[in-house]
Design a protein around this ligand. Structure first.
Ligand SMILES: Nc1ncnc2c1ncn2[C@@H]1O[C@H](COP(=O)(O)OP(=O)(O)OP(=O)(O)O)[C@@H](O)[C@H]1O
Ligand SMILES: [Cu+]
Ligand SMILES: [Mg+2]
Length: 738
């Protein structure tokens, strides 16, 4: 069970850790995670949401339950744009007083209080500043007070202390100038309003940029039409999508979006599936084919029957998966969260230490220097950029991946995929198309057709793709199949069974060898076939070899080029297959893998992956997900090459909707780009704070006389968050290399 709460007043990344810790302590809650960019709290476990909300209230946050997705989105949008406008107005008002004051400071020689006239003038300006602090900066102060009541501190605390102390100090000078030496009577009202103005401007810019990042999910949500034309009681009528049931017959006209997952009953048309698969070419669909909700009917008119509706459709599940991934955090984010959570109290201590140092070692006027440095430290140390760095890139990266038909299950997969150095590829269905066909029948005694009929009789009970190829060939020849008794599937070997009185054995060379069946008679033919990438299926009746069927599975046309791309990225490519050595070698050579391992039993695929991991490799595994599940799960990153839009592949970390190995290369490239983006963001944010603090504290002053002004610190903080968001948005320009 997942519960989503919308957080109404988280202002700062420092809050994230605090909320998560507080909520995780509630019994029965398995996991709580805050998505800072989305301002949402995701909770797993059985949740009493009222309890959670009241706990949140206790630590100073307002929250409400998210109920209806569409409504939430509209509300969120409205509140975001209202907040954006408000922040802009706050900023404009503060800057319109702050900028003239700052300019005046440049051009007039001294903004200080020496005469009674000065006192009156600055008194008025001080009152005006207070009014602006109330109008534009009230939210910082109320946030700081709430935090204080809970014995904690946030970004608001830093801004409130910084701007508040600048104002108080200036007001003291205005009221009692005689308390201060003449040189120390400088006024800092302009710093107060400028900081409030700039921070508000930064928040506004961040809101703007943030609203652009959730595009991917919205784009997919918009693919769902609102209504469907259903045929009920012989009449066609448009009904709301939510009322469509499984089994309903639906008419789809040219140019329409498909409403639900369905099977075609009548008609023929080309369907554009690019929105789900990233595959640009429209696909031909006729009766019996399945189509997915959200795809676009290009040309013909179709009559279809609904097979999956509501949250069960491929589209809904894709959306759900993207959302979950966007809300998850990679390992790399944990450190940043931890740092931001202890940052604020540490910064306050640094600021006090700075003031103390200036008091003992600084030049006159000591009070003025103490105030500037302590305030600047408080403002510049705000960790807001740090907390945004990872979640922003994850959101954009996961969304971008979806556009290319790559569904990422969680953000950690993104991080791991960027670091893999070995990839294991399954052969059948991954490098090859997974649709084998029968090409040759080599018979020792009986007629070919009799052999094929016997083989197909057994294989129709098997689920193996090789078996399907045999059955299909028999059907094409309209052969009559026999009933089979004592059917037995021998994993990684073949099948056996009894037809009337004959014991039939069907399978690979290993199986024949184990049963002491001599295959000498066909060995030349088998050699020729395997060297040309055919898989031989031996058939024996009552312990005697009867012949061989040869099956071949075409290599996907783009497998070789995709493998080259992976190798170019420095990744070792290993093919893993249950097929025999010679066939595997022929295919390995054609596609150019670095290494191949043949005759691996299905159950051993996972331990092969483990072996590679023990040798120190970071291993990805790509498979079609049917019998590769344990290996996919064992790998550091499992790629399931989905079949069309079937994404019911639980063991994979990434599901590739497009049927191409290029998707694997795309996914790895994107992961690298995303991780690079995260690192840039983290580096930027860390550097900004860690260089900013000593400079603000005045470390350069003894040598160069340089001291940061608190106004610059305010501007830098505002723009650092905005830069992080803008940099994350750059990921939207990502294009795979081929
Ligand atoms: N139903 C079957 N009919 C005939 N041969 C079979 C059957 N099942 C398995 N075999 C034989 O056993 C071998 C190993 O099967 P397995 O399913 O492990 O691998 P595979 O599907 O051939 O290859 P991959 O590992 O790439 O999927 C097959 O290559 C085939 O020779
Ligand atoms: Cu901040
Ligand atoms: Mg297989």
């Amino acid at each position: 069970m997942n519960t989503i709460l919308i957080l109404e007043n988280v202002s700062c990344a420092g809050c994230v850790k605090k909320i998560e810790t507080c909520i995780s302590k509630i019994p029965d809650i398995e996991h709580a995670e805050v998505n800072f960019p989305q301002r949402k709290l995701y909770i797993q476990g059985s949740v009493n949401s009222e309890l959670v909300i009241s706990e949140l209230n206790n630590i100073g946050y307002r929250a409400r339950l998210s109920q209806n997705e569409a409504e939430d989105r509209i509300k969120q949008k409205a509140s975001d744009s209202a907040q954006y406008r408000q922040r802009l107005i706050h900023s404009a008002v503060a800057l319109s007083l702050g900028i003239p004051m700052m300019l005046a400071g440049f051009f007039m020689d001294e903004m200080s209080v020496q005469t009674t006239n000065d006192q009156i003038l600055w008194g008025i300006i001080g009152a005006l500043t207070l009014a602006i602090m109330y109008f534009s900066g009230r939210h910082f102060f109320s946030g700081a007070i709430t935090a204080l009541r809970n014995g904690s501190s946030t970004m608001d605390t830093l801004i409130a202390i910084g701007t508040g102390s600048a104002w108080l100090f200036s007001m003291l000078i205005v009221l009692f100038p005689q308390l201060f030496p003449e040189s120390a009577r400088h006024i800092y009202f302009e710093a107060t309003v400028m900081i409030i103005g700039l921070v508000n401007l930064g928040l506004a810019m961040e809101l703007r940029a943030r609203s652009r990042t959730s595009d991917a999910v919205e784009r997919l949500l918009d693919l769902q039409p609102k209504t469907a034309r259903v045929i009920r009681n012989g009449k066609e009528q448009d009904i709301p999508l939510e009322l469509v049931n499984i089994g309903d017959q639906i008419r789809i006209r040219p140019g329409e979006q498909i409403p639900v997952d369905a099977r075609v009953l009548e008609g023929q048309s080309y369907i554009d599936e690019s929105m789900l698969t990233g595959e640009p070419l429209p696909v031909n669909k006729t009766s019996g084919d399945t189509i997915s909700g959200g795809t676009l009917n290009k040309s013909g008119s179709l009559l279809v029957v609904a097979e999956r509706v509501g949250s069960e459709t491929a589209l809904s599940r894709i959306i759900e998966m993207i959302k979950q991934a966007q809300n998850s955090k990679p390992e790399i984010a944990r450190l940043a969260d931890k740092i931001s959570s202890i940052f604020v109290p540490v910064v306050i201590l640094i600021s006090i230490a700075t003031a103390t140092l200036w008091y003992f070692f600084g030049p006159e006027p000591k009070v003025a220097y103490m105030l500037i440095t302590a305030t600047t430290v408080l403002i510049i140390a705000c960790p807001c950029a740090l907390g945004l760095a990872t979640p922003m890139s994850v959101m954009v990266g996961v969304g971008k991946a979806a556009e290319h038909g790559i569904l990422i299950r969680n953000a950690q997969a993104l991080q791991t995929a960027s670091a893999i150095n070995t990839i294991v590829l399954d052969k059948t269905g991954t490098i090859t198309e997974g649709a084998p066909t029968l090409t040759d029948i080599i018979s020792v005694h009986s007629p070919d057709d009799r052999l094929l009929a016997l083989a197909a009789s057994l294989e129709q009970l098997s689920e193996h793709p090789l078996g399907e190829a045999v059955v299909k060939a028999a059907q094409e020849k309209n052969l009559e199949l026999h009933s089979v008794e004592q059917f037995n599937a021998i994993t990684g070997r073949g099948v056996s069974g009894k037809i009337s009185t004959q014991n039939i054995l069907l399978g690979n060379h290993a199986l024949m060898h184990e049963q002491n069946i001599n295959t000498q008679a066909v060995s030349d033919a088998v050699k020729r076939l395997t060297q040309t990438a055919h898989t031989p299926i031996f058939i024996a009746i009552d312990g005697q070899l009867e012949g061989v069927l040869a099956v071949t599975d075409p290599i996907r046309h783009d497998s070789a080029s995709a493998i080259k791309r992976l190798q170019k990225a420095g990744i070792k490519v290993i093919m893993l297959t249950g097929d025999n050595q010679l066939t595997a070698a022929a295919i390995a050579k054609q596609v150019g893998v670095d290494e191949f391992i043949a005759e691996v039993m299905p159950a051993d695929k996972a331990s092969k992956v483990k072996e590679l991991q023990q040798q120190g490799a970071i291993v990805a595994m790509a498979g079609d997900g049917i019998n590769d599940a344990p290996a996919l799960a064992q790998a550091d990153v499992g790629f399931a090459i989905g079949n069309g839009t079937d994404i019911a592949i639980e063991s994979a970390d990434m599901v590739l909707i497009r049927n191409s190995l290029h998707s694997v290369a795309d996914a790895i490239e994107l992961s690298k780009a995303a991780l690079k983006n995260i690192r840039q963001n983290l580096f930027g944010a860390f550097i900004y704070n860690s260089l900013g603090i000593p400079i603000a504290a005045g470390i350069l002053f003894p040598f160069t006389g340089i001291l940061l002004s608190p106004i610059i610190a305010g501007g830098a903080m505002a723009f650092s968050s905005a830069t992080v968001v803008a940099n994350a948005n750059r990921l939207r320009l990502f294009k795979p290399s081929a």
